[in-house]
Design a protein around this ligand. Structure first.
Ligand SMILES: Nc1ncnc2c1ncn2[C@@H]1O[C@H](COP(=O)(O)OP(=O)(O)OP(=O)(O)O)[C@@H](O)[C@H]1O
Ligand SMILES: [Mg+2]
Length: 254
């Protein structure tokens, strides 16, 4: 089997917050490797540090101690401006709250994200149209405004926006957390398809249905990695794989 390439590596990663003079250590001395092409899922109880870890891995937030290498670059010493430029080029983000710009059509929302990296507008429009079709948002919606879409449609626009700059990594923080079951399946199907086409994804989730899409599950407890599980490629309806995940989460006390 071909060896996987490490895309993000942390060494003794620590993240603390200062609250009323007290230090709260949220991520504690974490050594972690994330692999290119993987669909990595991060789980754990509320407050375990999942979002904090995601922000540290993606350069959304500065770390307190330790190191994050991303695409062979040590991003730990980057200034806020350097991090912003780095994120635009290398990262795509999908959050529970989608934060599309209300006064702009969904096409313009996506183009605006692409123009930030200095891409040619004509090429961008072509890419946006291809991505929209891939996520099942057809032409009659492209000139609509965000408030004219369903939650599931809006999140699929969020995915197009996350992918418009060909990111090395897509980070998702509970991207299906606010969706009904049907929309959630549609969004997960889109993520699975992009991952099968080679897109690396790190996704935080609370729910098993989303977690099942990952090939590797990392479980956090109090800012430490408590356990990991290799599930292999997602195959819809694979009961054995589902059982393996259920057993693992049971062992983690989920
Ligand atoms: N900006 C901040 N300032 C102070 N404390 C913070 C900050 N961000 C996170 N924390 C604290 O860090 C801890 C972990 O938060 P985090 O948001 O990473 O948890 P989580 O695992 O994502 O939880 P949830 O599943 O509820 O989203 C919490 O106790 C939280 O209060
Ligand atoms: Mg969170």
């Amino acid at each position: 089997m071909e060896e996987k390439k490490v895309i993000i590596k942390t060494e003794k990663l620590c993240k603390s917050f200062s609250m009323g003079g007290m230090q709260q250590h949220v991520i504690k001395n974490m050594d972690l490797e994330i692999y290119k092409g993987d669909f990595t899922v991060i789980m754990g109880a509320s407050g375990a540090g999942k979002s904090t870890l995601l922000y540290a891995l993606s350069g959304m937030d500065k770390v307190s101690l330790g190191k994050v290498d991303f695409c062979d670059k040590d991003i730990t010493g980057f200034s806020s401006d350097q991090l912003a430029i780095f994120r635009r080029k290398h990262c795509g983000f999908i959050f529970q709250q989608i934060h599309l710009i209300e006064g702009m059509s969904i096409m313009d929302n996506v183009l605006a994200a692409g123009l930030l990296t200095g891409q040619n507008k004509k090429m961008l429009a072509k890419k946006a149209k291809e991505l929209f079709l891939k996520v099942g948002i057809d032409e009659k919606l492209w000139n609509k405004y965000p408030n004219q879409l369903s939650g599931g449609e809006a999140q699929r626009v969020g995915i197009v926006r996350a992918l418009i700059n060909d990111p090395d990594m897509v980070f998702g923080d509970e991207p299906t957390g606010a969706l009904n079951s049907c929309s959630s399946t549609a969004v997960l199907d889109v993520l699975t398809d992009f991952n099968r086409a080679g897109q690396s994804i790190v996704m935080v989730t609370h729910d098993m249905k989303s977690a099942r899409r990952g090939n590797r599950i990392i479980y956090l407890k109090d800012g430490n990695i408590c356990g990991q599980c290799e599930l292999g490629e997602y195959i819809s309806g694979d009961k054995e794989r589902h059982e393996k995940l259920r057993r693992f989460l049971g062992e983690m006390g989920w």
